[in-house]
Design a protein around this ligand. Structure first.
Ligand code: PLP
Length: 287
């Protein structure tokens, strides 16, 4: 079965799904995106994802291409045509097509592309064993809160992680504090059992999974502090983990070669992962 993409009003097989060479997303990375998980046919945290999309568009002054109801209808149609019940949907919106020139074009229509793909559940082994991260200097721009398609530093960081045999790269700011991963948010658990994650600011993408994990942690009475932490603090932490739409909650068992805790997924990460999966599969309190 050929995968079907939505491209500016049309549903097309991937091999015919093309965008204009003067699309500003292609030429300037002048666009934004979202990735939303689909579990058992349900879009996980759809509303917060669409709110963040609207915010990203607003920050870049890119016009909304259609009312939210229409966007939701297209998303469902893309999932239906691709027969995706468990997987992800990708939305990319750019400032549209115009002769190449840096300032905003006087008139352009927001271009919209959507694709969907199935995914298999992550192996429980990965969750139990945890993953390795490396640290890299944060060399990104000052508006990491906008979910922009301009991801070159993230791509390079992830590639460095892969080449080092690691799952993720954590960006570290000029003062030695971890900002976030190349495509995930960063967390630690202190010796006293307090969850720590960097507060939302222009320095990080405020992950929807991060926000959900904060709510779930608070609901189960866990102590939580939103503050920056350093690499040495993370290496000495009781646990470390990461969150994202596709990784859910995933334990980290090594940072730059230093083993965290006993080298296995810790109880906090395991418990939070379980409540996140329950939530996303529809068994959670807000399903
Ligand atoms: N931080 C960055 C830089 C990301 O690219 C992502 C996801 O793509 C995240 C964090 C996690 O965000 P979410 O939980 O919304 O997937």
């Amino acid at each position: 079965m050929s995968r079907i993409a939505y491209v500016n009003g049309r549903y097309l097989p991937h091999r015919q799904a093309v965008v204009h060479i003067e699309d500003r997303g292609y030429q300037f990375a002048d666009g934004v995106y979202e990735v939303i998980a689909v579990e058992r046919g349900r879009l996980v945290d759809e509303e917060p994802h669409l709110e963040r999309l609207a915010r990203s568009l607003g920050e870049l002054r890119i016009a909304s291409p259609m009312p939210e109801d229409a966007l939701k209808a297209v998303m469902r149609e893309v999932l239906r045509r691709n027969r995706v019940r468990d997987g992800t949907i990708y939305l990319q919106l750019t400032r549209g097509v115009a002769p190449r020139d840096h300032p905003f074009p006087p008139a352009s229509e927001t271009a919209v592309v959507m694709t969907a793909k199935r995914s298999r559940p992550q192996s429980p082994r990965v969750a139990e064993d945890g993953v390795r991260v490396i640290t890299v200097p944060d060399n990104r721009w000052g508006r990491c809160d906008i979910k922009s398609v301009s991801l070159l530093p993230n791509v390079l960081a992830k590639q460095r992680a892969r080449e080092a045999g690691a799952y993720e790269a954590w960006f570290v700011d000029a003062s030695g504090h971890v900002t976030e991963g190349s495509s995930t948010n960063a967390w630690i658990v202190t010796a006293e059992g307090k969850l720590v994650t960097r507060p939302a600011s222009h320095a990080i993408l405020n992950g929807i999974t991060r926000q959900r994990a904060i709510k779930l942690a608070r609901a189960s009475g866990l102590a939580l502090e939103e503050r920056p932490f350093t690499v040495p603090e993370a290496k000495a932490a009781r646990e470390a983990f990461l969150t994202s739409t596709t990784s859910h909650v995933l334990a980290i068992t090594e940072i730059d070669g230093t083993v965290i805790g006993n080298g296995k997924a810790g109880s906090f990460a395991t418990e939070l992962r379980r409540s996140y999966l329950d939530f996303s599969r529809g068994a959670g309190p807000e399903a």
